[in-house]
Design a protein around this ligand. Structure first.
Ligand SMILES: C[S@@+](CC[C@H](N)C(=O)[O-])C[C@H]1O[C@@H](n2cnc3c(N)ncnc32)[C@H](O)[C@@H]1O
Length: 300
């Protein structure tokens, strides 16, 4: 029997209180953005004491998001995107990438941080196909039954649900796996789910596991108050039983380090340990009316 999602929901975000660090503003600072305050910068500096190349991780996460959206809007032919935990507007936002391939693609951004909502409305609602809604991943019934969100989508057609860099900020007590199962149940057939998440390699790599534990302490105790590193199995659970698509040619379906997911060219020669502590994957919800996507990539 599956555990039902808890009805108590997430912490209230820091919001407009500029004396406390907020996830969105710290992330913005890590990307070189300007929408942050002393408290955010101080928290990030604490994280850098332990993980000096964390900025490379944020940039890698954005690169991954761009490749995923390009794939979904291109070969996967998705034209509806729900980007949950969108963050502060930055360079190359989801709609800009999706609409390069598919100008009519609809993108709904959601964030629970009021600062993101204010900036998002101004900077992300750039054309008739992009929208910003204040909302919470953890809200009862999920965002897929929230009318403010779903008014922009055709419920009967596939939706790409993007949860990039968010779930590691949700504590275990809120049972994020059960929450994500609800999303998967409600996604229309033919939909995709894309997730990136901080990774604790555990037994897969004991040395990196120690780094992950140190980095987690820096995020949770010294920096932001959240940022949990989970194992491959725990992250896999967030896909609610859906099959993942292959992460690279001739690779079996699965979760991989972000720069290994369909890289744009030859693999980078060097990768810092901080960058190795994040996994990502994309899963597909089968549509009986269509051909299945190949679950093992192959030539020809
Ligand atoms: C690290 S940022 C990631 C931004 C963007 N998705 C990316 O990966 O580049 C995480 C974002 O998730 C938002 N967030 C955190 N908890 C959330 C929740 N329960 N519901 C919606 N958004 C949330 C934060 O406000 C923040 O903007």
């Amino acid at each position: 029997m599956t555990t039902p999602a808890p009805r108590t929901r997430a912490r209230v975000p820091v919001g407009v209180d500029t004396t406390r660090p907020s996830i969105a503003r710290v992330y913005d600072y890590s990307l070189g953005g300007k929408d942050n305050y002393d408290a955010d910068r101080a928290a990030y500096e604490q994280i850098l004491q332990v993980a000096p190349r964390q900025g490379d991780v944020s940039r890698m996460n954005r690169r991954w998001l761009h490749r995923v959206v390009r794939y979904l809007a291109g070969p996967a032919a998705v034209d509806q995107f729900l980007d949950i935990g969108a963050g502060l507007p930055t360079v190359a936002n989801t709609h800009e990438v999706a609409q390069q391939d598919r100008p009519e693609a609809r993108v709904v951004y959601v964030d629970n941080d009021p600062v993101c909502n204010a900036h998002g409305r101004v900077l992300l609602e750039q054309n008739d196909h992009t929208f910003f809604v204040a909302g919470d991943l953890l809200e009862d019934g999920t965002l897929l039954s929230n009318r403010s969100v779903m008014q922009y989508f055709d419920h009967d057609r596939p939706i790409a649900v993007i949860v990039c860099g968010l779930l590691h900020h949700i504590e275990d007590e809120l049972n994020p796996a059960a929450v994500m199962r609800e999303y998967v149940d409600q996604m229309p057939p033919g939909s995709y789910l894309a997730i990136s998440h901080f990774w604790d390699p555990a037994d897969e790599d004991p040395e990196l596991h120690t780094r992950a534990r140190q980095a987690e302490r820096a995020f949770v105790e010294m920096g932001l108050g959240s940022g949990w590193f989970r194992t491959r199995e725990q992250i896999r659970e967030f896909f609610g039983g859906l099959a993942l698509i292959p992460p690279a040619p001739l690779e079996p379906p699965g979760l991989v380090e972000l720069d290994d997911w369909w890289p744009m060219g030859p693999w980078p020669l060097t990768r810092c340990w901080e960058q190795r502590l994040m996994l990502g994957g994309v899963a597909y919800k089968p549509d009986p009316a269509h051909e299945p996507v190949p679950l093992r990539a192959r030539r020809g």
